[in-house]
Design a protein around this ligand. Structure first.
Ligand code: NAP
Length: 483
């Protein structure tokens, strides 16, 4: 199968925070790839911006270095890079000051798509939006893209929404959750709504439970101060895990349009039951022979911030009544894995004597590593010598399906191109972000009120024992991380 590349219209993309880590590691290499495959047209322009005074030549040299560092070398890379760099300009602005804005406004072309990507801290969002508006750059067709975190609670998320909406309409605002840009996440929608096989079974009658895991093997290196103010619930659950839960649990939208899809996601969030403390296991990785633990990393022996969390969640509606969704995410775990496991119920009756229990099918949707979907099925163990059963995977790896030489598209690449196309389907709407905080806030308030301490867990493990117990006491088991 060959993936088709449809070029987008000409654009001016202003990248605020263009010298920062995210821009250098993801956004600029992503744009380079889109140029390399012919999706970014020759007329497109990228205007980098940050406080630091840089000449355009110095900015291009920095981008060259970033692309050489963060993209794989190919025989054509050097030549394409030379042409790509010519699309880049730079203008220094301070989001908190007045200098530089007029120069930026003068660089923008009136007749091409205009997008502003705010790869800067959220405290700068409203100020940048205001300056763009004051200097006539926030035209009705312009788009503004903002990075996570989108607030740290409902109140701050509302303030961010108000700051953006004072200058831009909701249909112009693109709140990035890069998990939604992953191929598999969109395939989850295709799997459910473009096949007649799964959707009739996608309910409490046939599904026993769902597990959503986002496990990281790394710790909080380089983000200690931010992370300790945030923790796994705010940093990962409120956005990425809730989004994955929504796409798994939502009703079929009547059509595949941004608002129809997002309306259904909001309904899922609004149907989430409050989570009692007994259905939550929070953890903190402890020091081990190999090195320091969480408390050493943040330099605060009293920190009660969790680097791991597991929760049992219920979606209180007709489709999902009684079906638990187990969510877990954490740092310094045994592997880097993101997956959704849909566990179907066991067959109601076994006709096979002496084969032991027959387990329900499992649908495993892997986001990383190696994006793909696996359906675990039970077959007869091949060969003579009695009738035995074996569980085997029906596997579809996208890398294979698309041909070995097709490089999977990074989430940022897709999302930036969606911004240029004006497609908001894979971006969070303001009410969605607020609804997720409205569910998360009371859960956090409860453990903060009780001054609960997270359970320690070993680095390289699957999290604290209490997270395993969350399922064991329901007669279930987590799928092994990386297993
Ligand atoms: P970073 O490395 O600290 O870069 C921040 C960028 O913003 C720099 O280019 C900085 O350049 C510029 N900047 C800072 N203050 C400014 C001001 N007053 N006016 C104009 N520009 C200013 O941060 P980052 O890691 O790239 O993260 C950027 C945003 O993305 C943050 O909101 C972060 O939470 C989010 N994010 C990052 C990642 C990641 O992997 N890094 C992942 C998800 C989300 P100057 O100092 O020259 O101004």
């Amino acid at each position: 199968m060959v993936s088709r590349v449809i070029p987008v219209n000409a654009f001016d993309l202003v990248l605020f925070g263009a010298t920062g880590d995210l821009a250098r590691r993801k956004i600029l290499p992503g744009l380079f790839h889109r140029y390399e495959v012919g999706q970014m047209p020759e007329e497109a322009r990228i205007i980098g911006s940050a406080r630091t005074e840089l000449s355009t030549e110095a900015f291009r040299a920095d981008v060259r270095q970033a692309i050489e560092e963060f993209t794989p070398e190919t025989p054509t890379r050097a030549a394409v890079l030379e042409r790509f760099l010519l699309k880049l300009d730079y203008v220094a602005v301070d989001a908190r000051g007045d200098a530089g804005w007029q120069a930026l406004a003068a660089m923008l072309r009136p007749d091409v798509v205009r997008a502003f990507y705010l790869s800067v801290g959220p405290s700068l969002f409203a100020g940048i939006a205001r300056q763009l508006d004051c200097h006539g750059m926030a035209t009705p067709e312009a788009r503004i893209v903002v990075e996570k975190p989108f607030g740290r609670d409902l109140e701050t998320a509302r303030a961010l929404n108000a700051g953006l909406r004072a200058c831009f309409e909701e249909h112009q605002i693109y709140r990035i959750d890069h998990y939604l840009g992953k191929e598999t996440v969109q395939n989850l929608m295709a799997l459910r709504f473009a096949n007649s096989l799964f959707e009739p079974l996608w309910n409490a009658t046939h599904i026993d439970h769902v597990q959503i895991t986002v496990a990281e093997s790394l710790g909080i290196e380089g983000r200690e101060a931010y992370y300790d103010q945030s923790g796994a619930m705010r940093d990962m659950v409120q956005n990425h895990l809730v989004q994955l839960l929504c796409l798994t649990a939502m009703e079929p939208p009547s059509k595949f349009t941004p608002n129809a899809v997002r309306d259904e996601k909001v309904k899922v969030i609004e149907a989430l039951d409050p989570v009692p403390p007994g259905d939550i296991a929070r953890g903190q990785y402890r020091a081990d022979k190999g090195g320091d633990g969480y408390l050493d990393h943040v330099g605060d022996a009293q920190s009660r911030t969790e680097s791991f969390i597991a929760l049992k969640v219920h979606v209180a509606n007709w489709r999902w009544a009684g079906v638990p969704f187990y969510l877990r995410t954490g740092k310094r775990l045994r592997a880097r894995v993101s997956e959704i496991v849909v566990q179907f119920r066991d067959p109601p009756h076994s006709i096979f004597p002496n084969v032991g229990p027959i387990h329900g099918n499992k649908l495993i949707i892997r986001l990383q590593p190696d994006e793909g979907i696996t359906l675990r099925t039970t077959i007869k163990d091949p060969g003579p010598g009695g009738f035995r059963l074996a569980e085997v995977p029906l596997d579809m790896s996208f890398a294979e399906a698309l041909g070995g030489d097709v490089r999977p598209q990074d989430a940022y690449e897709r999302l930036v191109m969606d911004v240029i196309r004006g497609d908001q389907t894979l971006f969070m709407r303001g009410d969605e972000a607020e609804a997720a905080w409205a569910w998360v806030d009371p859960i956090i308030a409860e453990w903060e009120k009780n001054r609960d301490r997270p359970y320690p867990y070993d680095q390289g493990s699957s999290g604290p024992e209490e997270a395993l117990m969350l399922l064991h006491r329901d007669g279930r088991r987590w799928r092994q991380i990386g297993g």
